[in-house]
Design a protein. Structure first.
Ligand code: ZN
Ligand code: ZN
Lengths: 394, 215
């Protein structure tokens, strides 16, 4: 099976740049793009330039005063006290020149991806510059200025009036997107993430199920620190299949953060490349089964920008276009290009051979607990017919 | 935190001569589990729980007597005397009362008049607020010596990274009085620089804290 897919890309994605030593580094998108080219897996006619998002589009999700504050900050006109109210000028989201423009391009990239699939000739589209799922209505947070995923979904609702399923496999809870659509029954969110017991942002509990008409359209599966491949994939496959069957979306938007890998410095999950082969495979399969192929994939977190992100993200594109994954050796040209720049030894293969972490002593218990969490999270779907019956607590 | 900060002020009450069926109706209508019984002066003279009402309701085997039993006065099944608390009591004390007395609800009185109600759910909610997440944050746990001045030392290190602290808890460390565990929720997605600073100053950071595992 080969599918028409669009790769939204611009060299200007790297302008979203906080500071040299900041963990969020958009060079990862460039590295991925180069990897795909060196692997001969992408041609120029598959690439589309992202447009800049309009202010009105950004304001589908964000408050006007916040957008104005970001603009002012990016041109050095915002006082520090005022900035902090909006979550900018912090260690996580420092101020940089033209930050509004840089962030608008990432948002525009996700809107370009939406239009490519819903109005264009493409079945699937990938914007690795996007997936900034922590941005709030009037607050930057967790390295995210504008929440391009939420804006893209709101744009789909307004312009195309389709039911959207958002699936977030970043190691952090997709809180920003969840809260925007918390009371919206036409947007269903599913987030699988490391429990917020230690990890930012702390939310993403099973009992966050939505509000008012949106109740029952928000799903969370918080998995334990040190979760490994098999348990992660068991949870992912089960949750995704259950939710897609229950919600029957018209289009699927995935947030493909890749910070659940054992190498990632910010999280405590213990996945390998194995999950990044299967995550897009299942999304692809279900998009064809339920949505006539309509699938928009976004980037997200990923802080081992040398060993993990380029390989993991390249696999999404490979699956989108061929329904297969890369195997064997990484292209020599790519390794030669980057081995001198990389502070760590680059991997030789697409997969992770051997051990990337020391064995986890409590694997069995962790797997069992994740399974229970999954069951509780999916209970709502199983109990759809349940009715409140009198003398019990609400 | 004080009781007056967490109590509900709109309390559904009944006079003692009201029928049991009215209580049943109110419990269902308002999704509540307790109804204080008050006299004309609004003094609490009893309390009924959903359990009391259910026990008083006939089972399906003797439906014939159903109507009659439900027409009995509520005071025939109410618990009395009632444990009450004052608006200036501490929520922690209420939690202690719930635990010791094995009850799940107390009316709040001032000058012997009913002014509010606190349920198990309100106390749990307060506890969640105290220990939980109100802002996007990461958690860091640090094992420290149990000595004067250690908390400001640690908070200074966190402050030097320009990171705001959302909440702090001090736990005992097992049964060892020489140490304490400090648990901070800090408003950053990247606590690594803070953790590195703490470690370089000799602090033991447990993050995440799972016996037998470290990454
Ligand atoms: Zn396809
Ligand atoms: Zn993340």
């Amino acid at each position: 099976m080969t599918c028409e897919a669009a790769f939204v890309y611009s060299n200007s994605f790297v302008n979203y740049h906080f500071r040299a030593d900041h963990p969020f580094n958009q060079n990862r998108v460039l590295f991925t793009y180069e990897l795909l080219k060196d692997a001969g897996a992408i041609s120029d006619d598959q690439i589309i330039e992202p447009r800049l998002a309009l202010d009105e589009e950004i304001k589908l999700v964000h408050d006007e005063d916040y957008v104005e504050a970001v603009k002012a900050a990016g041109s050095g006109k915002l006082a520090e006290e005022d900035a902090l109210e909006y979550g900018i000028g912090t260690e996580d989201t420092p101020i940089f020149n033209n930050m509004h423009e840089a962030a608008s391009l990432l948002v525009g990239g996700s809107l370009t991806a939406v239009d490519a699939v819903l109005a264009g000739k493409y079945k699937h589209a990938l914007n690795l510059g996007g997936g900034l799922h922590h941005g709030f209505q009037r607050k930057a947070s967790g390295f995210c200025i504008y929440n391009d995923g939420a804006i893209a979904i709101q744009y789909i609702r307004k312009k195309y009036n389709l039911k959207v399923l958002y699936v977030d496999t970043d190691a952090h809870h997709g809180d920003g997107v969840q809260w925007v659509f918390y009371d919206d029954p036409n947007v269903c969110t599913l987030s699988i993430h490391e429990t917020g017991r230690y990890l930012f942002p702390g939310t993403g509990n099973i009992n966050e199920r939505g509000l008012k008409q949106g109740y029952g359209y928000s799903f969370n599966v918080p998995i334990d620190a040190f979760t490994e491949d098999e348990s992660f994939l068991e949870v992912y496959e089960n949750a995704f299949r259950n939710v897609v069957e229950y919600f029957k979306p018209d289009v699927i938007v995935t947030q493909n953060g890749v910070d659940a890998h054992a190498y990632d410095p910010l999280t405590h999950l213990c996945s390998t490349m194995k999950i990044y082969e299967y995550i897009p495979k299942l999304a692809h399969e279900l998009a064809h089964e339920y949505c006539n192929g309509r699938w928009i994939a976004l980037g997200g977190g990923g802080y081992d920008i040398w060993r993990v992100v380029p390989r993991a993200w390249a696999q999404i594109w490979k699956v989108m276009t061929t329904n297969t994954v890369f195997k064997g050796n990484l292209p020599q040209t790519w390794l030669e290009k980057y081995e001198k720049l990389s502070p760590v030894d680059l991997p030789s293969y697409w997969h992770d051979p051997g051990e990337v972490y020391t064995p986890i002593p409590r694997k069995h218990e962790i797997t069992e607990k994740n399974m229970q969490t999954l069951e509780k999270s999916m209970q709502f779907i199983k109990n759809k017919q349940y009715r409140f019956n009198g003398l019990t607590n609400v | 935190m004080l009781v007056e900060e967490v109590m509900k002020r709109d309390v559904i009450t009944l006079p003692p001569h009201e029928k049991i069926e009215t209580a049943l109706k109110l419990l269902n209508q308002y999704h509540i589990r307790h109804i204080p019984i008050v006299d004309e002066q609004n003094q609490v003279i009893g309390i009924v729980s959903d359990r009391d009402v259910r026990d008083a309701s006939p089972s399906i085997f003797d439906r014939a007597t159903k109507a009659e039993q439900l027409k009995n006065e509520i005071q025939s099944i109410m618990s009395s005397p009632v444990i009450t608390v004052h608006p200036l009591d501490f929520v922690e004390e209420v939690a202690g009362i719930f635990y010791d007395q094995e009850i799940a609800c107390v009316p709040v009185t001032e000058d012997n008049k009913l002014v509010g109600i606190v349920t198990e759910k309100d106390v749990l909610y307060t506890l969640i607020q105290l220990t939980g997440i109100h802002e996007q944050s990461s958690q860091i746990e640090i094992k420290v010596e149990n000595k004067i001045g250690i908390l400001p030392e640690v908070t200074n290190i966190i402050g030097s990274h320009k990171v705001n602290i959302s909440s702090v808890l001090v736990y005992p460390y097992k049964n060892n009085y020489k140490n304490k565990i400090l648990a901070f929720r800090v408003q950053t997605m990247n606590p690594m620089p803070i953790i590195d600073s703490l470690k370089s100053k000799g602090y033991e950071v447990l993050w995440p804290n799972m016996p037998g595992i470290s990454k």
